[in-house]
Design a protein around this ligand. Structure first.
Ligand SMILES: CC(C)(COP(=O)(O)OP(=O)(O)OC[C@H]1O[C@@H](n2cnc3c(N)ncnc32)[C@H](O)[C@@H]1OP(=O)(O)O)[C@@H](O)C(=O)NCCC(=O)NCCS
Length: 224
């Protein structure tokens, strides 16, 4: 099947998985937000980084693990941003999904890539520097929020990354997302630079740091 038809199939499957897991209300809200966004939108991403270090495990109340292609049904049920098939298709040698599990349920999922992540808002790939990794699309189930699950996952991801010889972890958080900013700072991430973007009728402008400014050698924003 051609790539664009496979892509369209995955979009349909992901929408259905989201409706099943999070309810039709969220899908309708999301569709409205996307429509508004197409006409004109913009935001500031706070780009933060953390030096990866190995941390020994100690008295943990949650199970952290790297997801496998067998976790598609669990992911579709508990996280809901992918169908089993689209979840599997996203896993690759350079892109992993890490989950926090309790009593057979996924409380949290976070994706990590060493190559790049397609970022719809920017209509571009966000790519980490060579030897680093980029953390994206983190989600804690609403009934598990505020219990430190995301910072716990980030610390474990950093330890796992250090074990693989990676240098830094990067994350880009919307400036208007205080819960996420708080969680990444609790995990030890520090802000490096702010990335501003605007979209008007499909035309995108991204303001990246100038040569010599902090963050210039951080994440790359690339159309392909
Ligand atoms: C951002 C998010 C992943 C944080 O996960 P988490 O496991 O709740 O992280 P924490 O427990 O460290 O909570 C972080 C902060 O959220 C706030 N918070 C606490 N309870 C909350 C609740 N029930 N609902 C929302 N936010 C809450 C608090 O400010 C908390 O910090 P504090 O406990 O030190 O005061 C989660 O809120 C989420 O999934 N949000 C929707 C998706 C999203 O925004 N993802 C991140 C961008 S990719």
């Amino acid at each position: 099947m051609p790539d664009d038809r496979i892509g369209a199939l995955y979009v349909a499957e992901r929408t259905l998985a989201r409706a099943r897991s999070r309810g039709a209300g969220e899908v309708v809200r999301l569709a409205g937000a996307r429509l508004k966004e197409a006409a004109g939108s913009g935001d500031t991403l706070v780009v933060c980084s953390l030096a990866a270090e190995i941390e020994p495990s100690a008295g943990e109340s949650f199970l952290f693990r790297s997801a496998t292609s067998n976790d598609g049904d669990l992911y579709a049920r508990d996280v809901g941003t992918d169908s089993r098939r689209s979840f599997r298709a996203r896993l690759s040698p350079t892109t992993s999904c890490f989950v926090v599990e309790s009593k057979g349920r996924l409380l949290h999922a976070t994706w990590v890539t060493t190559s790049g992540a397609w970022t719809r808002e920017l209509q571009s790939y966000i790519r980490p520097p060579h030897g680093d990794a980029y953390v994206f699309e983190s989600f804690t189930r609403p009934d598990a929020r505020g219990k430190g699950v995301y910072p716990f996952a980030l610390r474990k991801i950093a330890s796992h990354a250090a074990g693989r010889g990676l240098g830094n972890l990067w994350v880009a958080v919307e400036a208007g997302n205080p819960s996420s900013l708080r969680a990444v700072s609790k995990a030890g991430f520090r802000p490096v630079f702010r990335l501003e973007y605007r979209r008007r009728w499909g035309r995108l402008t991204v303001q990246i740091p100038a040569p010599g400014e902090p963050g210039r050698d951080g994440l790359r924003i690339e159309r392909t």
